[in-house]
Design a protein around this ligand. Structure first.
Ligand code: HXC
Ligand code: NAP
Length: 284
């Protein structure tokens, strides 16, 4: 589906691109011909990732920027520097995030603020700076926000700051998709289900028992592969998706569908036994 030119001519900033899903998307975009800028707070990680990204693309130029997305001035400066270094900027992926498990009554105001600052304010800061650059230069561009499946309607226990922040980012996605359509700026989101990364798993999947329960509630009975997410992101950032804006695409092996009223029956017995039981209920 994608060629080496699918994203050529585009410079894309991926926040938090030094690890996990951000790095997977950065490599995927590089394979499809984009130039890549990544940012984060840890230089060593960014340096190593930049090398990997350059190796992934045939003629990719990659660069890293040490920047805390919570700092609006630093973000604005970073966007100017990227434009100076690469000549232009066409895409932004708001991927940087923070999260941890906590009973909500035990959260400190500082803990709540840390996550809201990274996820919601950080996404706003980058979007605001990038949006202004595009508008001032009468350029079209694309913004992709990485949210979660719990941002849409359920919220989520034990990750309250993240649930509140990601819901805010989703609202930002839809609000700006409408407001900035006339500038030719597309704003979409991806809501990933579970994709194992060191950053997420060390904070959210503490032991094997939870791991087993986690995987068991996914109808496909497997986690997502990083490349699967990168492929979706490549499509959304490419000119193949020029008529898509304000959309949040879920990629989760069906995990979000657990609420279906009779879905639990699937866990009661094997499919063979279930079919037998259903047959016995059928009027003769
Ligand atoms: C309770 C905690 C905490 C924890 C930190 N805090 N960790 N509270 N439980 N486990 C509180 C601290 O006490 C402090 O509050 C405040 O948070 C800030 O802590 P710092 O360590 O000073 O913050 P900082 O260095 O900025 O680090 C931010 C962080 C950290 C979010 C806490 O974990 C981080 O850097 N994370 C980045 C990567 C990450 O989280 N990746 C996972 C994304 S996964 P006080 O009040 O004491 O000052 C994801 C997936 C979702 O989002 C879906 C998965 C399926
Ligand atoms: P990760 O590896 O921990 O990635 C988070 C990245 O963000 C890190 O590279 C981190 O680098 C950077 N970051 C954190 N705070 C920052 C800040 N203040 N300024 C700049 N960069 C910052 O986790 P991941 O699993 O790949 O998550 C990536 C995205 O996917 C997140 O938005 C997450 O919510 C979303 N997501 C993940 C899953 C999953 O199953 N993995 C599921 C749903 C959604 P530094 O710490 O060095 O700054």
């Amino acid at each position: 589906m994608f060629t080496k030119d699918t994203l050529s001519g585009k410079t894309i900033l991926i926040t938090g691109g030094g690890s996990g899903l951000g790095l997977a998307m950065a490599k995927g975009f590089a394979e499809s011909g984009a130039n890549i800028a990544i940012c984060g707070r840890t230089e060593e990680k960014l340096q190593k990732a930049t090398k990997e990204i350059e190796e992934a693309g045939e003629s990719t130029k990659a660069g890293y920027y040490i920047c805390d997305v919570r700092d609006h001035d630093a973000v604005t400066e970073m966007i100017s520097k990227i434009v100076e270094d690469f000549g232009s900027m066409e895409g932004l992926v708001n991927n940087a995030a923070g999260n941890f498990l906590s009973a909500s009554e035990d959260l400190t105001p500082g803990g709540f603020k840390a996550i809201v600052d990274i996820v919601l304010h950080g996404s706003f800061n980058c979007t605001h700076a990038f949006g202004n650059y595009l508008i001032d230069n009468e350029k079209e561009g694309s913004i992709l926000n990485i949210v979660t499946t719990y941002a849409e309607s359920t919220g989520c226990a034990f990750v309250l700051p993240s649930a509140c922040s990601k819901a805010g980012v989703l609202a930002m996605t839809r609000s700006l998709a409408f407001e900035w359509a006339e500038y030719g700026i597309r704003v979409n989101a991806i809501a990933p289900g579970p994709f194992p990364t060191k950053g997420a798993w060390s904070r959210l999947v503490p032991d094997k028992l939870i791991e087993k329960k986690f995987i068991n509630k996914i109808p496909m009975k497997r986690y997502g592969e990083h490349k699967e997410l990168a492929n979706l992101a490549t499509f959304l950032m490419s000119d193949m998706a020029l008529y898509m804006t304000g959309e949040s695409v879920v990629i989760d092996g069906g995990e979000r569908l657990q609420a279906g009223q009779f879905n639990f029956i699937n866990d009661l017995m094997s499919r063979k036994k279930l079919k037998k039981a259903f047959k016995a209920m059928k009027p003769k």
